[in-house]
Design a protein around this ligand. Structure first.
Ligand SMILES: C[S@@+](CC[C@H](N)C(=O)[O-])C[C@H]1O[C@@H](n2cnc3c(N)ncnc32)[C@H](O)[C@@H]1O
Length: 337
């Protein structure tokens, strides 16, 4: 299995995976073509229904075979085949569904004679209903009880995110992470899944590499990865993407806010949905936010709430659009340490 470790392979995932013998994956994330006529360079995304279903059974079967007994699998899929895939996993392969997640994004495709589609399904299953990795602590968000009602009964660690995810916009032209690949998943969304359902050192398999989002995030979060694409051009671009994130500093490299810390700060900010002004003015919220950020970054020397507040204010318009209406900016320097 060593030959698959940290590899971006070119080939048909079913054929490549068939060659592997023993289960190695702690987590599978798969975002296959949806059979909706999307334009890829090598794959033709308009198969006959029965052919697409047979192929779906084949790749899911291989992924499940190579998933370890305590492993988890997430499959992103459109409306057309979400129900079929649920039944394949549940009834045919006897896995247990944990969540039917709906990723709701803005800027769905415009339509004239029906409502515009603005979601993708993400089906989350485990092999063993009683034994699997789920790290709730790293994905919890600040609850309404904490941010709106200052309710003392609130869980101090925050609440689990809902199963409708609307905090991750589709990757658009202005995003730093944008590669040019047409249906690139946001790194922030993959980070939530990988953090929740695997630990450092675990092995993440993605049979449909595309731009390499899963591998890039797995690499940044210190997981092992294997991913495959039919297209050599996509695989090569993904290898370059990983190479660019090679040696990301864990501690700042001279700069107080290395790129990955900024990325993490933006993701956390988007997930918690508290405008900068409110966050920076409310010391308990800011300190909880800072604790979550430090937890994710695992810095030896954690950021102080003053540093986080200053950085949030500096990033300003680069943060998600929560703050469009906010005119209040609290000077971080006036915060007590
Ligand atoms: C929806 S895209 C994946 C996007 C990816 N999640 C990302 O964030 O960039 C699906 C990819 O699967 C690839 N593909 C299609 N059939 C395949 C097969 N049999 N084996 C491996 N890759 C395949 C396509 O070339 C395309 O790049």
């Amino acid at each position: 299995m060593q030959e698959l470790k940290n590899q971006i392979l070119c080939g048909d995932c079913v054929e490549v995976l068939r060659r592997a013998q023993a289960p190695f994956a702690d987590l599978v994330f798969a975002d296959p073509p949806f059979n909706i006529g999307y334009k890829y360079d090598k794959y033709h995304d308009e198969k006959a229904h029965t052919q697409y279903l047979a192929w779906t059974r084949a790749w899911i079967g291989e992924c499940v075979r190579l998933l370890k007994p305590q492993g988890s699998i997430y499959i992103a899929i459109g409306d057309e085949y979400a129900a079929h895939i649920k039944l394949i996993l549940e009834d045919e392969l006897r896995l247990t569904m944990r969540n039917w997640i709906v990723w709701h994004y803005t800027f769905g495709q415009q339509t004239k004679n029906k409502f515009a589609r603005s979601h993708t399904h993400i089906l989350y299953f485990v092999k063993d209903a009683k034994s699997f990795v789920f790290n709730d602590d790293v994905v919890r968000v600040i609850s309404d009880r904490q941010k709106k009602y200052c309710d003392r009964r609130a869980n101090p660690d925050g609440k689990m995110p809902d199963d409708v995810w609307n905090e991750y916009p589709r990757v658009c032209g202005t995003f730093l992470e944008r590669t040019g690949f047409p249906c690139q998943m946001p790194e922030s969304l993959l980070a939530r899944i990988i953090r929740a359902s695997s630990n450092e050192g675990d092995w993440v398999l993605d049979p449909f590499c595309g731009s390499g989002t899963t591998a890039a995030v797995a690499h940044k979060l210190k997981r092992t990865y294997t991913t495959i694409d039919l297209s050599e051009a996509y695989a090569e671009a993904a290898r370059e993407r990983i190479a660019r994130s090679e040696g990301l500093p864990v501690e700042g490299n001279g700069s107080d806010w290395p790129e990955h810390a900024d990325a993490e700060l933006k993701w956390l900010y988007g997930e918690n949905k508290i405008p900068v002004a409110q966050l920076c003015e409310n010391r308990p919220l800011l300190s909880l936010f800072t604790k979550k950020l430090n937890g994710r970054l695992q810095k030896k020397q954690p950021y102080t709430i003053k540093e986080v507040s200053t950085r949030l204010n500096r990033l300003g318009s680069q943060l998600s659009p929560l703050d469009k209406t906010s005119s209040v900016r609290r000077e971080a320097s006036s915060l007590e340490e």
